[in-house]
Design a protein around this ligand. Structure first.
Ligand code: F3S
Length: 427
């Protein structure tokens, strides 16, 4: 790998041992990937504060510096961790105090995470604590090289914002934070960003649910390739594209898609394919839509719903407002829970606008920082849950061994209010 003088200096310890370990990691990682060089980044989204038994053990042995060295720098050495060199944020992590007592999630993890927050915020990590950093202050610009983890955030950054990132890991983002460098490969290279497949929607795709279902189908078909999607597409908003991208990265591993006219580098279909050959299209019609619906609803038997989960990826303010409006003045039955997950900064605005009050007075909860899939915890005794998220419907049954229903936000709220899943039969 070709290194600049400054990169060589960092590798050789010019900025201390921790930075040298970070450079060593990036060089090994980049060489394994065939990267010829590193590229500068000033935007890292990783994870340092998420608690785990392994992390707890490392912290006991040598404090947070030890945990960072081992987990984020792949080093067993005793390192002094300096302040992050470039802007870095913490993505989603475990449940916070607002979820204490609501699940079997241990108080010790909430406390460990609080301790991590103190340590890492001192080091300059912005504790955004969300899978949607782009909703709360971390909004890169087109063509910016960034180093992000979290598949739903990566696909949004590449495809909606036009920034450039691969789906990084805890170690590569840890090393990027201390160096401002990331291997230049994959989605960072312009020639790797053109579409490879074409899908055409023959059914209208207009609602939040429609976009999630289309995304689930697209991911299933293209897996890790780069789809362009055309056809009967309405105008999506942020929540629609959040759902669409997360679904493509759930059934498949899509990191970049092209919606001509929306994806910044694809003003036209021709541009999406970089002026190259456009392949014949794969249809998304009534039968494909039905397949998605039946697949996501193939994990439910009992229609007695205990738990409704909304906000995956973390809800926008508009999504919270919608749920508040649907619940306003109504009451959940005692044996049904409704949670909506959102970034803490957006909950502050929801508090201010009265949305949180409307939801909590109805018996629901507006929770932050995490989600049941991430923290592997739901309300005690949950057997059947309903969600408006294709991603949660896909993952949560396997993670928690519970039944799942997938539908619209309105259907989910109705299920929470009645304790019964009626799906497409709901009002
Ligand atoms: Fe976010 Fe959890 Fe969904 S981290 S993308 S709400 S699975």
């Amino acid at each position: 790998m070709q290194l600049t003088d400054d990169e060589r200096r960092m590798r050789d310890g010019g900025d201390g041992d921790a930075v040298a370990a970070a450079m060593d990691l990036l060089i090994r990682y980049g060489e394994a990937l065939g990267a010829e060089k590193l590229v500068d980044t000033r935007n890292v989204a990783g994870t340092m504060t998420q608690p785990s038994p392994a992390k707890a053990k490392l912290v006991q042995e040598g404090g947070w510096a030890k945990a960072y060295a081992v987990i984020n720098l792949d080093s067993d050495a005793d390192l002094d961790i300096p302040r992050m060199k470039v802007p870095t944020c913490q993505l989603q992590h475990g449940f916070a105090e607002d979820a204490e007592g609501l699940t079997g999630y241990g108080k010790q993890w909430i406390e460990l995470q609080g301790d991590a927050e103190s340590y890492f915020s001192e080091k300059g990590v912005n504790i955004l604590a969300t899978c949607t950093p782009y909703q709360v202050g971390n909004l890169p610009v087109r063509n910016e090289h960034i180093a992000w983890m979290e598949s739903s955030a990566v696909v949004y950054a590449n495809s909606v914002i036009g920034a450039r990132t691969n789906c990084e890991g805890g170690a590569s983002t840890g090393a990027a934070s201390l160096t401002g460098k990331i291997p230049y490969w994959g989605n960072h290279l312009p020639e790797n960003r053109h579409a490879t497949h074409l899908l055409h929607a023959d059914v209208p795709v207009e609602t939040f649910q429609d976009w999630g279902m289309l995304g689930y189908y697209v991911g299933e078909v293209v897996q890790e390739a780069r789809p362009a999607v055309t056809g009967m597409l309405g105008q999506p908003d942020l929540a629609d594209l959040k759902h669409f991208g997360a679904a493509t990265a759930t059934s498949g591993g899509v990191e970049l898609y092209h919606l001509p006219g929306i994806t910044p580098e694809a003003p036209t279909l021709e541009a999406a394919f970089g002026g190259g050959r456009i392949p014949s299209s794969i249809a998304y019609g009534e039968a494909e839509r039905r397949w998605v619906y039946d697949t996501l609803n193939g994990q439910g038997e009992s229609t007695d719903v205990d738990f409704v989960l909304l906000g995956c990826p973390h809800a926008s303010l508009d999504q919270i407002a919608l749920v508040a409006g649907l619940l306003d003045g109504r009451k959940l039955p005692a044996n049904t829970e409704l949670w909506i997950m959102t970034p803490r900064a957006l909950r502050t605005m929801a508090d201010r606008n009265g949305y949180t009050r409307a939801i909590t007075e109805a018996g629901g909860k507006v929770l932050t920082d995490s989600c049941p899939a991430m923290s592997k915890a739901a309300p005690p005794g949950t057997r059947v849950f309903a969600t408006d998220s294709a991603k949660q419907a896909h993952y949560l049954p396997a993670i928690l061994g519970i039944e799942a229903w997938f539908g619209t936000t309105q259907e989910c709220v109705e299920a929470a209010l009645s304790g019964t899943w009626r799906g497409e039969l709901a009002a």
